[in-house]
Design a protein around this ligand. Structure first.
Ligand code: PMP
Length: 285
């Protein structure tokens, strides 16, 4: 596999990053994941805009222009022959000569930028989307700036392990009695023709897929309500689902052992998945 590191395309075995890199030492970095369908990028612009926002919030310099970033994405897709899969992008504050809590001078320390591809045939035609997934609820003990897409993913990773141990597929996180989001996705419930999801704030990541799915839902005359909901309300809903760049729209059929809609996906989530995939394919670049 060919990867991209600080301006160079290299075989993955030759790619190197300093042990002093603040991404490695302090999780001082941000990332994006963009899906590839039919060899094309889904929602590239949305991811590039959110990347810039994450960098701005952390006072980190963007080492690459949006045009060059698009070019690198496309070149990696081409070099690695990706038809369906993902592109991972990470920018960290770089590697000053020492470990220090104080941010290094941006004049003397360049950010580190890394991109690599993941080949995932069957991403769109995912059997899990036909079956639906099971989630458990866990307490949300992450930091308070979840709107910044940092590489600080230890707790989400632990959440997935807790889910796995409980025989589930993923976890929904709960804070002050209401659901924030999934470990790596935004969470929704459906009541009749109404889609309910938490409103945007610093408490959740502003999902690129979320924005697209809510737009498509409104265009399809579904009602969208952006508000908090509890696990108890979710367990009584007609349907539930999650969205992310790599899973698109994924039905949720069980929450803390309680089956929704008889334990099979309902009408709304699969329909939204279909609309999302159709429209995203059309708009892909
Ligand atoms: N919330 C969290 C915590 C996430 O990690 C992700 C995916 N990275 C999302 C939501 C979904 O965001 P997107 O649709 O942009 O992939």
């Amino acid at each position: 596999r060919t990867v991209y590191v600080n301006g160079e395309y290299l075989p993955e075995t030759e790619a190197k990053v300093s042990i002093f890199d603040r991404g490695f030492l302090m999780a001082d970095g941000v990332y994006e994941v963009t899906s590839v369908l039919d060899g094309k990028l889904i929602d590239f612009e949305g991811h590039a805009l959110r990347l810039q926002r994450s960098l701005d919030e952390l006072d980190m310099r963007n080492p690459i222009s949006s045009e060059d970033l698009l070019e690198v994405h496309r070149e990696l897709v081409r070099l690695n022959g990706i038809d369906e899969g993902m592109i991972y992008l990470q920018i960290t504050r770089g590697a000053p000569g020492d470990r220090d809590f104080v941010f290094p001078d941006p004049e003397t320390t360049d950010p580190t930028i890394v991109l690599f591809t993941q080949n995932k045939p069957g991403l769109a035609d995912n059997p899990a989307a036909k079956q639906g997934i099971k989630v458990i609820s866990i307490e949300d003990i992450r930091w308070g700036r979840r709107d910044i897409k940092t590489v600080q993913l230890l707790y989400p990773s632990m959440g997935k392990m807790m889910a796995k141990k409980a025989g589930a597929d993923d976890a929904w996180m709960v804070e002050d009695g209401v659901v924030t989001e999934g470990t790596s996705n935004n969470a929704y419930i459906v009541k009749g023709n109404r889609i309910i999801t938490r409103s945007l704030s610093q408490s959740i990541l502003h999902g690129i897929t979320r924005a697209a799915v809510l737009r498509f839902a409104r265009e399809a005359q579904m009602e969208v309500e952006e508000r908090d909901f509890t696990i108890a309300e979710a367990q009584e809903a007609d349907e539930a689902f999650v969205t992310s760049a790599s899973t698109f729209v994924m039905p949720v059929v069980e929450i803390d052992g309680v089956a929704l809609g008889g334990g099979v996906p309902g009408r709304v989530a699969p329909r939204l998945r279909e609309i999302y995939l159709d429209e995203s394919r059309k708009a892909a670049i």
